[in-house]
Design a protein around this ligand. Structure first.
Ligand code: PNS
Length: 169
């Protein structure tokens, strides 16, 4: 059974992330969406909220049913991937600008995994081109300034963003 971990902050999940999850679920028997627990990043949504948002979004994707699960992790990604029995890490690539950072992470993770005796490959997937400009950071910025983010994130995430804006104003 092939298992991949799709790690990230997912603060919040976007339709670009969901597109990558769907593509990954066609390549691997199981996909674990791993939310990094990192309060240092001062996330807008708690890990629990993000987990619920992702699970709800996946609920409306029959293709992912049962084969995609959502989890949280702390510490090194390679250690988490090993504990889960993963042989691959999935990351989405949008534009050339993503490449440098992603290459650094992939090579560092490969080095760490090889040194630990548990080889792990990073697989890059391209989300649909219509999401090539989409990021959680921009979605948050636009939503917090009152812009319309419908169509960029699941409807329940757009509603959560607008509720968060209401609380902060
Ligand atoms: O969605 P993001 O914020 O781009 O995801 C980054 C993430 C979670 C993949 C990365 O920060 C990570 O793997 N963090 C875990 C700690 C770790 O293993 N660091 C070394 C990576 S080379």
């Amino acid at each position: 059974m092939s298992l991949a971990v799709y790690p990230g902050s997912f603060d919040p999940i976007t339709n670009g992330h969901l597109d990558v999850i769907q593509r990954a679920s066609r390549l691997f028997d199981r996909v674990v969406v791993g939310i990094l627990v990192n309060e240092g990043k001062r996330p807008l949504f708690s890990v629990e909220e993000r987990k619920e948002q992702i699970e709800r979004a996946l609920g409306s994707e029959p293709e992912a049913a049962g084969r995609v699960t959502v989890d949280r992790f702390e510490g090194l990604l390679v250690d988490y991937a090993h504990r889960r029995g993963a042989t691959a890490i999935v990351r989405g690539l949008r534009a050339v600008s993503d490449y440098e950072y992603e290459l650094q992470m992939a090579l560092m993770n490969r080095r760490l995994a090889d040194a630990g005796g548990h080889p792990l490959e990073t697989v890059f997937l391209m989300a649909h081109e219509s999401y090539s400009y989409l990021s959680s950071r921009l979605v948050k910025e636009v939503a917090m300034l009152g812009g319309d983010v419908r169509g960029l994130v699941p409807d329940h995430v757009a509603a959560a963003l607008s509720a968060r804006r209401g609380q902060s104003s």
